[in-house]
Ligand binder design. Structure first.
Ligand SMILES: NC(=O)c1ccc[n+]([C@@H]2O[C@H](COP(=O)([O-])OP(=O)(O)OC[C@H]3O[C@@H](n4cnc5c(N)ncnc54)[C@H](OP(=O)(O)O)[C@@H]3O)[C@@H](O)[C@H]2O)c1
Length: 265
């Protein structure tokens, strides 16, 4: 990292080492922000060079956010800069595919620790920090899965339903403190997400039609900057599905979802 003092605003992006988070971090870099970019793997140190190419002083933090200390380490990296955080993107997350009767409980509790607990934990630090200065923007990645039951991804969808309503609730509270909160609800997106979730043997596996991660990230970035409460990330069909999900009964949506998520035998 170049250590000369910077006048650029500072943004935190979790899950910046891959996928949607990487694209979001690139957008912040291109739009004049410095970065604290986090990832679980050491890939975060490699991709930091991509952000720096756009002039962003980048602090790469490798941390497991499913671990309490991992979240604290990320926040310590922010605090250590002594700089105000203008934007925070709480994006790191994962899924687990498979039948609930077969999936591993510890793995699922780890998913909740990452997708739910770490978001609340980091948001507590970020919200207090921003409210004190009466400025800042928070983008929380949820999913279109927040709007439907998700059989065969039975823990994932509810974890994203939590982040969606958490973002909307926090937004309402923080409005009077001058801080904006936006939720990003991507539809299926072309990252390694489903493969990492062990879902190659489903209709969401290789060859499935998915949204561009660049488009999804741009939509999230634009919605954050426009002060929107949430945005569905993806093409017209994805946005239409999100709209229809508002009125379809849950059992109907569960049966539709199964066609995408149930492992092929
Ligand atoms: N792709 C989709 O279809 C889709 C749809 C709706 C919502 N989303 C949401 O979008 C967000 C990003 O997903 P993506 O598609 O970009 O997935 P991805 O390509 O797999 O990237 C996930 C990111 O999260 C990080 N991460 C995973 N586990 C972590 C842990 N325990 N501690 C810290 N960081 C961790 C990864 O770090 P490493 O790579 O370094 O391990 C990576 O940077 C997630 O919250 C997901 O729920 C995705």
């Amino acid at each position: 990292m170049n250590s000369a003092p910077s006048r650029r605003p500072l943004a935190l992006v979790t899950g910046a080492s891959a996928g949607i988070g990487y694209e979001l971090a690139l957008l912040f870099a291109r739009n004049g922000y410095d970065l604290i970019a986090t990832g679980r793997s050491d890939n975060i140190h490699k991709v930091a060079a991509d952000f720096e190419q756009h002039g962003a002083q980048t602090i790469a933090v490798q941390a497991d956010l499913a671990d309490h200390q991992g979240v604290e380490n990320v926040w310590q990296a922010v605090a250590k800069t002594g700089r105000p955080l203008e934007a925070a993107v709480l994006n790191a997350g994962r899924s687990i595919g498979g039948a609930f009767l077969d999936t591993d409980l510890d793995d699922e509790l780890g998913l909740i620790a990452l997708n739910v607990t770490s978001v609340v934990h980091l948001a507590k630090h970020v919200a207090r920090h921003m409210a004190e200065r009466r400025r800042g923007r928070i983008l929380i990645t949820s999913s279109i899965s927040a709007t439907t039951p998700t059989p065969y991804e039975t823990i994932y969808g509810p974890s994203r339903a939590f982040t969606f309503m958490f973002a909307e609730s926090l937004r309402h509270e923080l409005k009077e403190h001058g801080v904006g909160v936006t939720a990003l609800l991507p539809g299926a997106t072309d990252t390694d997400f489903h493969s990492r979730a062990g879902m190659d043997n489903t209709a969401l596996g290789p060859g499935a039609r998915k949204n561009s991660r660049r488009v999804v990230a741009q939509q999230g970035y634009d919605a954050l900057m426009a002060g929107k409460d949430h945005v569905v990330g993806g093409d017209r069909a994805t946005k239409r599905t999100a709209l229809i999900n508002r009125v379809l009964p849950e059992p109907v949506k569960a049966a539709r979802q199964e066609r995408f998520t149930k492992p092929r035998t």
